[in-house]
Design a protein around this ligand. Structure first.
Ligand SMILES: N[C@@H](CCC(=O)N[C@@H](CS)C(=O)NCC(=O)O)C(=O)O
Length: 191
């Protein structure tokens, strides 16, 4: 039995929920920031981050490693080195957005010129521009794992109102193209 631990809002978790839409698994929604769920997570996964999976007593964490682990079992798709780079771009932007959101929630996002904030903003601007070009070039035309990850990033950025996507028309069109997929609507963080 495969169990995926996560939350309904995390873009890192959602990518796996979408990829596993037609694969039998159990989804466990955790409240990771406090209480018994956090203590439970700490016992199994000292990174204290989600997603995490458990299969036959084996625990795997980090979405990238989880994807490798599951893809090795199901032999579903082979990523090129270029697509590995696409995943790194998506993950890096996602990480920076998570940091920015945490800073905002901690009331520490006041000084717009602070080095930490400037570096994260520069990173997300640069990566989103680049991803927009890659979408224009057709690199995300298929609904493969990197495309699922891109969708989850863009949709989460919109959901959390973390970035103005004005001018990033290919990214906006990419999101519109996939928003009615059943596995997308059934994992919508808004519902
Ligand atoms: N590299 C990790 C990143 C996962 C991650 O950052 N997850 C967020 C939720 S979106 C989290 O658990 N954050 C908890 C924290 O930072 O304390 C992965 O790909 O799984």
């Amino acid at each position: 039995m495969l169990t995926l631990y996560g939350s309904t809002t995390s873009p890192f978790v959602r990518r796996l929920r979408i990829w596993l839409a037609n694969t039998e698994h159990e989804f466990v929604n955790l409240q990771i920031f406090e209480g018994p769920d956090r203590a439970k997570l700490a016992q199994e996964n000292p990174t204290l981050k989600i997603p995490m999976i458990k299969q036959d007593g084996q625990v795997i964490y980090d979405s990238r490693v989880i994807f490798r682990f599951l893809n090795e079992q199901y032999q579903r798709e082979q990523l090129s080195w270029q697509q590995e780079n696409f995943l790194t771009l998506i993950d890096s932007a996602n990480d920076s957005f998570v940091e920015l959101l945490m800073l905002q929630r901690s009331g520490m996002d006041g000084d717009k010129d602070a080095l930490f904030l400037r570096l994260q903003r520069e990173r997300v601007d640069t990566i989103l521009d680049h991803l927009n070009t890659l979408v224009e070039q057709g690199e995300f035309d298929q609904w493969h794992y990197p495309a699922i990850c891109l969708y989850c990033l863009i949709d989460w950025v919109e959901f959390r109102q973390l970035h103005d996507l004005t001018g990033l028309d290919a990214l906006k069109e990419f999101r519109t193209r996939h928003r009615d997929r059943i596995e997308v609507t059934s994992t919508d963080p808004r519902s």
